[in-house]
Design a binder for this molecule. Structure first.
Ligand SMILES: *Cc1c(COP(=O)(O)O)cnc(C)c1O
Length: 434
């Protein structure tokens, strides 16, 4: 199996190479050259997420050095559950993706990528630096997944003052092989810095660089697994495809769902639930792609004005009509996020994180006909305890903290501030490596 750049089909890489590079050399994103045949019957007979992962992702590593290790890699990454909790009778459920070490869905991708890269380190002598830009949750998940792995250093870039105190603690509590930089800028600036670093000859000479952002294929592929598991279970019970409402920012989680559908899994509609960063909803409405600076919202992990994974969506659906047939999108303002958190707590006794609240609100805005016409799943991307500063005043209650998060909150925090330019990043990187 080979992968090609979204910008130039002649630039190809194998599975391991695509994972190590992160971004293709021309700045494009890797996509599969063809879609493997995965049998729904085989997948459906899997016991548990880890076995399903091995069967679903295994073919993507066909012919690669990691192919034989897909079983243990999947077992290592998928060691916590993704339960589907019914919400309103049989036709609406919540897919809870927040039962991992940092209580957000990004734990799945980060753990899979870490399990892969640590096996590839065996052959390399230079240490590997994982550069990761984060608008909140990515950095914590990646730091947790790589913390303590020999031969790998993690550098987390987050926008100073734009992540919640709780999130900041998760980005800065690691020490050891994890360093955290507070960038004087936005998430888009952090993301741009990572892209620049990858294209910078000087940096590339001094260290082996890799990305663990959602642009990395090794993060995206494992996210197909919970969509496969959920759609197989529900469609098995009801005989109908399953539709998902996905809190979206950089579109990594959504593209994973669309890839799962492309692989033949019984998935119906995909609704992209965005916050006030309207780049994608506006594009679907008027056909013009106009990336813009990100706006800070309550659902901060989705504050993305120029979603990278749009390139992967367009690679699959080059025509505007075909994108519009493949997905729909909606934009939810902060005020509606607050109202949804308060009302669903009162009416349903459910506490949403602000990102999941965007999906709950997007679902409520669908026509009655669409809602009644299918089996729907709201994707719950983070545990509400990560955003207790926002949620507790809205529901008038404390949010219970899961033990994994409580352990992170107890650690000491350490980080360094840097300007949002490549020179500052080069200097900071050089000063810390021992
Ligand atoms: C990252 C994140 C999102 C957005 O996911 P993308 O793959 O970037 O679209 C949504 N919710 C939470 C809690 C996140 O951490």
């Amino acid at each position: 199996m080979r992968y090609q750049s979204t910008r130039d089909e002649r630039l190809t890489a194998g599975f391991s190479q695509a994972l190590v590079q992160g971004l293709a050399p021309d700045g494009g994103l890797y996509v599969p050259q063809h879609w493997p045949d995965v049998s729904r019957a085989t997948l459906g007979g899997s016991r548990g997420l880890a076995q399903l992962a091995e069967r679903l992702i295994g073919p993507f590593a066909a012919g690669d050095a990691l192919e034989a290790a897909m079983g243990p890699i999947s077992a290592e990454a998928f060691n916590f559950p993704a339960p589907l909790v019914p919400l309103e009778g049989e036709r609406l459920g919540v897919l809870e993706l927040f039962h991992g070490p940092t209580a957000a869905f990004k734990d799945f991708g980060a753990r899979f990528l870490a399990a892969c890269l640590s096996r590839l380190r065996g052959a390399e002598s230079r240490p590997l630096t994982i550069l990761v830009a984060t608008s909140g949750d990515t950095g914590g998940a990646v730091a947790a997944a790589f913390h303590g792995r020999p031969g790998i250093e993690v550098v987390v870039l987050f926008p100073q003052g734009l992540v919640s105190p709780t999130q900041q603690q998760q980005l800065t509590c690691w020490g050891g092989n994890v360093r955290s930089f507070a960038v004087r800028g936005t998430f888009d600036d952090c993301q741009k810095l990572v892209k620049q670093a990858f294209l910078d000859e000087r940096l590339r000479r001094s260290r082996a660089l890799s990305s663990a952002n959602s642009i990395n294929l090794g993060r995206l592929l494992p996210q197909t697994v919970y969509y496969a598991a959920t759609s197989l279970a529900l469609a098995g019970a009801h005989g109908e495809p399953v539709s998902f409402v996905i809190p979206s920012g950089n579109l990594g989680n959504a593209v994973a769902c669309i890839w799962a559908r492309r692989l033949g899994l019984p998935i119906g509609e995909v609704v992209l639930a965005h916050n006030a960063n309207r780049t994608v909803p506006d594009f679907l409405a008027d056909g013009r792609w106009q990336p813009r600076p990100s706006i800070a919202t309550l659902a901060s992990a989705m504050d993305v004005g120029d979603p990278s994974n749009m390139e992967r969506l367009r690679a699959l659906y080059p025509q505007l009509d075909s994108v519009r047939a493949a997905v729909s999108a909606c934009s939810v303002e902060d005020e509606a996020i607050r109202a949804r958190i308060a009302s669903d707590y009162r009416r349903r006794g459910r506490i949403w994180c602000p990102h999941t609240a965007v999906a709950a609100e997007a679902y409520a805005r669908l026509s009655e006909e669409r809602r009644r016409g299918g089996h729907w799943v709201l994707v719950a991307t983070a545990h509400p305890a990560k955003f207790r500063e926002i949620i507790e005043p809205l529901i008038g209650q404390q949010v219970p903290v899961p033990p994994a998060l409580a352990a992170l909150y107890a650690r000491a925090s350490e980080y360094q501030e840097i300007d949002a330019d490549l020179g500052a990043l080069r200097t900071a990187l050089a000063s810390g490596s021992g």
